[in-house]
Design a binder for this molecule. Structure first.
Ligand SMILES: Cc1ncc(COP(=O)(O)O)c(C=O)c1O
Length: 382
């Protein structure tokens, strides 16, 4: 029946993605830069380069330079590489109250080692106002800002263009968490002047789990220390980490079947077109939103119209436990996600801590008919 947990990971994946992973494991399957120049070695290197080129184009990488694309296992790793590699004792970082723990936990860990953290408060709809970012940057000197493009709890899209402009004027490097938006909202790292754009491959980019990465600004990348060091298949005479990109941030064997799948997912995304994808998700989202608003006792978090939000809906129903509701829905065939969604700070901002919410997130492959079936199931359960 209904998979409504696309904010956690998209499902199903396009068939071409599955085929690319399978093909790599059956016929490709060499390591990267750790062989001879056999056909399989060359095929593996080509897939990696092809994927880097597509990612640089897709995210507006600086000069479309594929060498400044780093592969990681997920955006959590991407954010850790950037934040732990750049921030030092005594530095000051600005973030927002709407962040996922993929941002909050590395920052809190660094705080215990002398990092200073400023937090711009979002409003009760989960919106972080550009004027509040400006006020903070006007009054305090920060070394970095990190923020998410859209909330994984309630789908509110943040004003990143304005935030990027403000950061640029204050010469503060901006790191963007695009976990929820990459693949549904176009984002261009070089146009926004980002220091680093972090992405995850398994959500709306439609790639396999275990993929993600970073699109770097060249000068910023030079100022970041590698978090993980080790074998790169290059400069094997050295016992120290190479400074050259992409090797500097890519030690150890990468998730090559995953990268093959992500490469194919990017072809799929480019041929469908982000415009069509977001239009369709918006249309499906509209059906869910209207249906949810019509339920007695509904307490919806975030914006009440589709404008300015993603189809990621969080709610409570008066007098009901969201975990019990999620369990009941899954018995009726609908997969959702209750609780705090790895985002305690966002839930505090929305006034839904500690009970959390029930999150329902349709995706590109959800059809509008499922909205009606879901609302019917929810009403039946209630
Ligand atoms: C806004 C945001 N940031 C970071 C993450 C972490 O993603 P991953 O588990 O792919 O590292 C998520 C996952 O839900 C997210 O929604």
């Amino acid at each position: 029946m209904g998979y409504l947990n696309n904010a956690a990971t998209t499902w199903p994946k396009p068939e071409c993605v599955v085929n690319a992973v399978r093909d790599f494991m059956l016929t490709g399957g060499a390591n990267s830069s750790r062989g001879s120049n056999s056909q399989r070695d060359m095929k593996t290197l080509n897939i990696m380069l092809d994927c880097r080129i597509k990612l640089a184009e897709f995210f507006g990488g600086y000069d479309d330079d594929p060498m400044f694309v780093t592969f990681t296992a997920n955006i959590t790793e991407s954010l850790n590489v950037v934040l732990r590699g750049y921030l030092r004792e005594g530095m000051r970082v600005l973030t927002t109250s709407m962040e996922h723990n993929a941002v909050m936990r590395p920052l809190r860990a660094l705080e215990s080692k002398g990092l200073k953290i400023g937090i711009v408060q979002g409003d009760s709809r989960g919106l972080v106002k550009a004027e509040d970012i400006k006020r903070e940057l006007d009054s305090v000197k920060y070394d970095l800002m990190v923020m998410s493009h859209a909330s994984n709890v309630c789908g509110t899209v943040q004003p990143v263009e304005e935030a990027a402009e403000i950061c640029r004027k204050h010469s503060v490097p901006l790191v963007l968490d695009t976990a929820q938006t990459a693949g549904v909202i176009p984002v261009n790292a070089s146009e926004l002047g980002l220091a680093a754009l972090c992405f995850t491959g398994h959500k709306s980019l439609m790639g396999p789990q275990g993929t993600g990465g970073i699109i770097w600004n060249r000068e910023f990348a030079e100022r970041v220390e590698p978090l993980i060091t080790g074998g790169t298949g290059s400069y094997s005479h050295l016992e120290t980490q190479p400074d050259e990109m992409p090797d500097k941030f890519e030690s150890g064997t990468p998730n090559l079947p995953g990268i093959a799948g992500l490469n194919s997912a990017l072809d799929w995304l480019n041929s469908e077109g982000i415009g069509k994808i977001s239009e369709r998700e918006n249309e499906t989202g509209q059906y869910f939103l209207e249906g949810l608003k019509g339920i007695d006792g509904m307490i919806l978090s975030g914006l009440t119209e589709m404008k300015g939000r993603l189809p990621v809906f969080s709610f409570n129903i008066e007098g009901k436990d969201n975990g019990i509701l999620a369990d009941g829905l899954s018995r009726l065939g609908f997969e959702t996600r209750p609780g705090l969604h790895c985002s305690p700070s966002a839930h505090k901002t929305l006034g839904t801590f500690p009970q959390g919410t029930l999150r329902v997130s349709p995706g590109y492959f959800t059809d509008t008919g499922e909205a009606g079936e879901f609302i019917y199931a929810l009403k039946t359960l209630l």
